[in-house]
Design a protein around this ligand. Structure first.
Ligand SMILES: Nc1ncnc2c1ncn2[C@@H]1O[C@H](COP(=O)(O)OP(=O)(O)OP(=O)(O)O)[C@@H](O)[C@H]1O
Ligand SMILES: [Mg+2]
Length: 393
């Protein structure tokens, strides 16, 4: 892993810079696709140098997106020449430094300035994050079994955990929870371990029952035996979430097919509601009923992020018809692919193992919506990071 990358499509120039860049612990990449894959694996990166041959619009779009997602990354852009109108557009998108291709001394100086700034920002950001995290709760649900709730909850949690955020994934499918299996975790610790602390759970108590995964992602697993799950009261769910909130940036909740009392407790505390719908009539009907129930409960409509799972397997219904049947617009379209069950069987979330996969892109878009970054809904493979390629003016 390195904290600095340089994307240089020009073979001759890339070879010439490799030794110097590697000597500061940097990594050379060939194009923006490699960069996308690289950053999803190493979100703590601080410097991205972009070579002169990379399309300007692509570089600007990348930077504008990263500015919100990963503000620590500084982008240094190399151009054949530095023109005033280009400088203006670069500043608007958040590029830190623009350097002319033949000015190698300036390139070195610009990268040093940018890294210094990232380090300073990192201290400030970490400081403020330590002062006041207060997790936003995201509950994934559907009125039917097998829609993909657990796959979405797991991959959403992994996607949210990028960029230094702390995330807790709670498996509230207390009878048949799948999170442990999908993340290859052994369920030695579970929610059941907290039952004896009900009514007086504190931070240390919570920490003693969570199972850490990777990348700042913790899980609170379902009990190994369904009988223990029955003992979890609604009040205990509220207590768990209350204690966890100051410790995490996001809490993602996976739920069973039926809206139990425990699920209602989580829904009541949610900032985002993520219903999953698949293209079959019974599921559409249950999601519509759930949506009507939400209206009665006064859960805000603009906080519902509808995931259309297996969206490419539409049988006789158009997207518009599905939206109409459900009574709300889609937030993301997640395609069906056999790579999804393969990842489930391997216990490796696909967002981690194949970040460029269309399903992974959909999950990152969903994460973006939860973090407040607005992306345009894509048909697959349109441009960098699933963003629609558009002119930045
Ligand atoms: N987009 C997809 N493409 C292909 N397979 C999928 C997709 N989404 C989910 N699946 C598969 O469907 C099955 C059910 O998914 P998952 O367990 O996430 O659903 P669930 O709603 O949590 O189900 P349960 O009711 O069992 O809790 C899994 O085998 C999963 O791999
Ligand atoms: Mg499930």
């Amino acid at each position: 892993m390195s904290l600095y990358v340089y994307v240089e499509p020009d073979d001759e120039r890339r070879h010439r810079w490799t030794a110097e860049f590697q000597s500061i612990g940097g990594t050379m990449l060939k194009d923006m696709t490699e960069l996308e894959a690289y950053l999803s694996r190493y979100p703590e990166n601080m410097l991205v140098v972009i070579g002169a041959q990379v399309d300007l619009d692509e570089a600007l779009m990348f930077t504008a997106y990263q500015r919100l997602q990963r503000p620590l990354i500084g982008v240094v852009l190399i151009r054949p020449t530095v023109e005033p109108d280009v400088v203006l557009r670069c500043l608007q998108s958040g590029i830190r430094e623009i350097v002319a291709e033949d000015d190698e001394e300036e390139l070195r100086a610009a990268t040093v300035r940018s890294v210094d700034l990232s380090k300073a920002l990192s201290t400030t950001l970490r400081g403020s994050a330590e002062q006041a995290p207060y997790a936003r709760v995201v509950t994934v649900f559907a009125g039917k079994g097998g829609c993909g709730r657990s796959v979405v909850a797991v991959n959403l949690a992994v996607a949210l955990a990028g960029g230094g955020r702390r995330v807790l994934l709670v498996d509230l499918d207390l009878q048949f929870g799948d999170v442990a299996m999908m993340m290859k975790l052994s369920p030695e610790r579970s929610i059941a371990g907290g039952l004896a602390m009900a009514g007086r759970l504190d931070e240390a108590g919570l920490r003693s029952i969570v199972t850490a995964w990777r990348n700042g992602l913790d899980t609170l697993l379902a009990p190994a035996s369904p009988a223990e799950g029955e003992q979890v009261r609604r009040e205990f769910v509220v207590e768990l979430l209350d204690v966890a909130r100051p410790l995490y940036d996001f809490i993602v909740v996976d739920t069973p097919a039926v809206v139990t009392d425990q699920v209602l407790a989580a829904l009541d505390m949610s900032d985002w509601y993520v219903p999953i719908v698949t293209p079959d009539l019974p599921t559409l009907k249950t999601v519509r009923l759930t949506s009507e129930m939400f209206d009665l409960l006064d859960y805000p409509r603009d906080k519902r992020l509808l995931v259309f799972n297996r969206s490419n397997t539409l049988v006789g219904l158009s997207h518009a018809e599905v939206e109409l049947a459900v009574g709300m617009p889609f937030a993301v379209l997640a395609p069906s692919s056999r790579d999804v069950p393969v990842s489930v069987n391997q216990g490796e979330p696909i967002v981690m193992t194949d970040p460029l996969h269309p399903f992974s892109r959909a999950m990152r878009q969903l994460a973006d919506r939860c973090t407040g970054v607005q992306t345009v809904i894509e048909e697959p493979r349109r441009g960098m990071f699933g963003l629609r390629k558009k002119k930045v003016s």
